[in-house]
Write a protein that binds this ligand. Structure first.
Ligand code: DC
Length: 222
């Protein structure tokens, strides 16, 4: 079966999705990494987020590959390993704008559906359950309070990126707003998704809850 995990930035989706995939022997697909890869390439090519035609041409010229590895997923664009480069603040601050572009979403959506065709994937993003894989057998909407999400990011990156907790909180709230309010495939909770609020949960508790839900779904399907 396919498992869709959606939710706002910093809710723990990627860690959780990767571990759930590991436990089930599934393939993990981080769709946010694909939007980040396009953003990095747009920045390098000096294509602004409002240059729709140029952005559309750019995304069509990219071959994005995701490779699972020991410490997470590696991301390649046209053969170049961009795994670390797509996690910088410059990319993070612009990615929601790039993700609002219709053609970018269309092209990446096609790639994502192709990756999930043979089933057995855990895909995380914003619109997976609602738009990319509406038939996913299990849909989870993973969320947490803005404060908690900012705190988690702060613990991860504060040392390396010289940023305050307040700045992070504002940036996360801004990104939520952009992701929720865009016209095309906004961040929404699919009507048949199970909502998990991880504010007061540990990562392991969230992983166990999703693995349990997927085993129940698999048993029901037999
Ligand atoms: O999960 P992330 O923070 O790496 O995602 C980066 C951005 O990409 C996020 O601001 C929203 C966008 N995104 C999206 O619009 N749709 C997806 N399926 C995944 C990510």
């Amino acid at each position: 079966m396919n498992i869709a995990i959606d939710g706002p930035a910093g809710a723990g989706k990627s860690t959780v999705a990767r571990k759930v995939a590991e436990q089930l022997g599934y393939v993990y697909i981080d769709t946010g990494a694909m939007y980040r890869a396009v953003t990095l390439c747009a920045q390098r090519a000096n294509v602004a987020t409002n240059q729709n035609t140029k952005l559309a041409d750019l995304v069509k010229s990219l071959e994005i590959e995701l490779e699972p590895g020991e410490t997470g997923q590696s991301v390649f664009v046209n053969g170049e390993n961009v795994t670390a480069l797509i996690r910088t603040r410059e990319v993070t601050l612009q990615v929601s704008h790039v993700a609002a572009n219709e053609t970018v979403r269309e092209v990446l959506g096609i790639m994502q559906r192709r990756l999930a065709k043979r089933k057995g994937v855990v895909m995380d993003g914003r619109d997976i359950g609602s738009h990319v894989l509406p038939d996913a057998e299990l849909k989870v909407f993973l969320t947490a309070s803005v404060k908690e999400r900012a705190l988690r990011r702060y613990r991860e990156i504060a040392d390396s990126q010289n940023i305050t907790l307040e700045q992070l909180e504002t940036e996360i709230a801004d990104r939520d707003r952009l992701d929720e309010q865009r016209d095309i495939s906004p961040l929404v909770c699919a009507s048949d998704a199970i909502v998990l609020d991880s504010t007061a949960m540990t990562i392991d508790e969230v992983i166990n809850a999703i693995v349990k839900l997927s085993r129940t779904k698999m048993a029901e399907a037999k």
